[in-house]
Unconditional design. Sequence first.
Length: 93
Amino acid sequence: MACWQVFLFVAVLAPLFWHLWIVLGVGNANFYYALTLVYAVAQVSRPPCNASILRGWLTAAVLNQVMLLSEALLATARNDRRARARLRAQAAR
């Protein structure tokens, strides 16, 4: 299995397992644990994947910052105090 296929597998199943576990209450933490094991094995077994992992993390970080900034601008434009407080809490994490 190619590196990108493993990461696609994990990226698709992680939100699904979270939904089953947290929202529906039919899963458990072992689903998440198994996904982290698959993810770790993919990182260790294929060193060329490390560059793609770093690229993915950097892309996710940039997109997260863009999303936070756009939400902050919208909250400021609407003068929404609760939204600004929520954004400050997210930025503090």
